[in-house]
Design a protein around this ligand. Structure first.
Ligand code: HEM
Length: 574
């Protein structure tokens, strides 16, 4: 594909110095150097030249394509999927190319490639600076993954009574039953319920009900993400200091350790006195971690670090998945009664057990369809190439490339999912009814056509636990509550940033705002607006209301009433 050219002919410029200045020579040298470096970067050999691209291929036009599609990543992804269907293609990200795979046989090749060639761990490490922020041992010795895959998953039936009890209590505490409709801020409640139910199984009772501990486990992912943003452009040698003095990660680990420390000490004392299988030993993830940890891994900070990491992997992924399903149900409450009928019939026959939940096919289908239709990411199965890798069709992926799979386009492909652009809550229940005992279409089942949990040997090991927990919460909700959107029948639009596609976690509290920035319309949140104000950039905020017309107009720095409902702001940044 020929590189696009950029026309600079209309660019007005003036030299940034006067000819009388003594630094003229140095400025020219600087200017020439910068121009040379830029020319080198623009015209150097493109190692991806053989892979078709969406948008321009040179540095400048690909940068602008990435910027333009920051909140419309799905658009460029869909263009590539439609245009190059079956072929590997690339889309520009902010400062790199994202190599996209979509053909089933090539997805299988990607997941089967050895870890030292296409690495999941190194992708996670690079994306979240895990080694710098939380310590290299979490990547190099990930024994917690084996525990999730074996003990946690195999014991779900035994753990179910505890999980169900915690779900019921947490629902009652967070969303007390009322006689009339009550408006709630959904995401903050969901995430509290999920954190509490998950921690009942991760660290046991009573810590799972400790408000401070729960808040740390909920906020930990934000702490890590902010830490990552701070480290992003720092050289490796200063990162240890930056982690210590500029991020909140060590503080979160210390604070969580304050709660976990006494529990770990008490359990260790019993192991020392009565042996590893002491009477009344708590049956939870922390006990399994302590059973398997060796050497330095047995310390309170190391165990705390690992518990927080699993909270990081579990809470918001489950929270977002539940919110997607709940918003869909609240916007389409006609799904409520058939699900309620099914759940009541199964419980009447079997009781409310883990096994009973496997017989609630409509419930299972609703979650699977929700993940297919919405899902929290447009692409998944991320891998970083640590060596050159060649697919069997001859496509060479150079060392250091980011690869992923076109999750959303696959999930909306009409050939794989008829009427794929429509949410059909009982789609998979119908297929299962036709297929008899076939489990292929269960919520937790992964395939190259269904990848919200990934696929292959790194597929989410926590998905069996997550599915049990999400379904338990939904069963309780469907049996005890009615749900509808404040704005009846209307699901709040998802919030997108590059490849992530999140449910509007602010739903009910405020609307999202529209930013018009030099001709590009994109949706931004309040955080971005606050940032804009802090930068002191001059901006003009025009506030329009559908009924009242022009409502308000503010110029940079003045206090725009951001919290107001029903208004839309168009911002022009100068
Ligand atoms: C609905 C909720 C969840 C979703 C959508 C989700 C999704 C994912 C995805 C997409 C991956 C990467 C797979 C790949 O690239 O092949 C992953 C990995 C992982 N997930 Fe989940 N996850 C969820 C819940 C959980 C829970 C509850 C836990 C822990 C109990 C967990 C623990 C992990 C771990 C440890 C990995 C890394 C696996 C490895 O290193 O091989 N996840 N998850």
């Amino acid at each position: 594909m020929a590189p696009e050219s950029v026309n600079f002919s209309s660019l007005n410029y003036s030299l940034p110095f006067s000819s009388k200045e003594p630094s003229l020579t140095f400025s020219w040298i600087g200017f020439t150097l910068i121009a040379t470096v830029l020319a080198f970067m623009i015209f150097k050999r493109d190692p991806y030249a053989h892979i078709p691209a969406v948008g321009g291929t040179d540095m400048i036009s690909s940068y602008f394509t990435a910027k333009k599609f920051y909140n419309r990543f799905y658009e460029i992804l869909s263009i590539g999927y439609a245009e190059y269907k079956g072929r590997i293609f690339r889309v520009p990200d902010q400062d790199r190319w994202n190599i996209i795979v979509s053909r089933p046989d090539q997805i299988e090749e990607l997941i089967k490639a050895p870890d030292d060639v296409l690495s999941f761990d190194e992708f996670v490490n690079k994306e979240f600076f895990v080694k710098d922020l939380m310590g290299s041992t979490l990547i190099e010795n990930n024994y917690h993954v084996g525990i999730i895959r074996s003990q946690l998953t195999k014991n779900l039936c035994h753990l179910f009574d505890d999980l169900r009890e915690e779900v019921e209590l947490a629902m009652n505490d967070n969303i007390p039953l009322t006689d009339d409709w009550t408006s709630i801020h959904a995401y903050s409640k969901i995430v509290q319920i999920i954190a509490r139910a998950s921690n009942r199984i991760l660290v046991g009772w009573p810590l799972c009900r400790n408000a401070e501990y729960l808040q740390i486990s909920i906020d930990y992912s934000a702490s890590v993400t902010k830490g990552r943003d701070i480290l992003l452009y720092m050289p490796a040698c200063v990162r240890p200091f930056a982690v210590k003095f500029l991020t909140t990660v060590p503080k979160s680990i210390a604070l969580a350790g304050k709660h976990l420390g006494p529990i770990i000490k008490e359990r260790q004392a019993k192991i020392d006195e009565y042996g590893p299988d002491y009477p009344d030993k708590p049956f939870d993830f922390l006990s399994w971690l302590m059973d398997e940890a060796t050497g330095e891994e047995r310390s309170i900070p190391a165990l705390t670090n690992r518990v927080l990491l699993v909270n990081f992997a579990a809470i918001h992924t489950s929270g977002m998945s539940f919110a997607h399903a709940l918003y869909q149900l609240a916007a389409e409450p006609h799904y409520l009664q058939p699900m309620r009928d099914e759940i009541e019939a199964v419980i009447a026959k079997e009781g409310w057990t883990k096994v009973a939940m496997t017989k609630m096919h409509k419930l299972d289908s609703f979650f699977r369809e929700s993940q297919r239709y919405n899902g929290s990411s447009f692409v998944s199965l991320f891998r970083l190439s640590l060596k050159d890798f060649t697919f069997s069709d001859g496509t060479l992926i150079p060392k250091g490339s980011l690869l992923s799979v076109a999750n959303r386009p696959i999930h909306r492909d009409e050939e794989k999912y008829p009427n794929g652009d429509k949410f059909d809550g009982f789609r998979f229940a119908r297929i299962r009814a036709e297929d008899g005992l076939n489990t292929t279409h269960q919520f937790v089942n992964t395939s190259p056509d269904y990848i919200p949990f990934g696929h292959g040997r790194h597929a989410c090991p926590g998905r069996f636990f997550a599915a049990t927990e999400l379904k338990a919460i939904m069963v309780y909700l469907v049996l005890n509550y009615d749900v509808k959107m404040e704005n009846e029948g209307v699901r709040p639009p998802n919030v997108t940033a590059v490849w992530s596609c999140m449910p509007d976690v602010t739903a009910h509290r405020r609307r999202f705002l529209t930013l018009e920035e030099k001709g590009t319309i994109s949706t931004i949140g309040q955080g971005a607006l606050r940032f804009l104000r802090r930068t002191k950039l001059p901006y003009l905020a025009v506030c329009v209301n559908a009924e009242k017309g022009l409502h308000d107009c503010h110029i940079g720095g003045s206090d725009v009433p951001l919290e107001e409902e029903g208004f839309e702001y168009n911002l022009i940044v100068g």
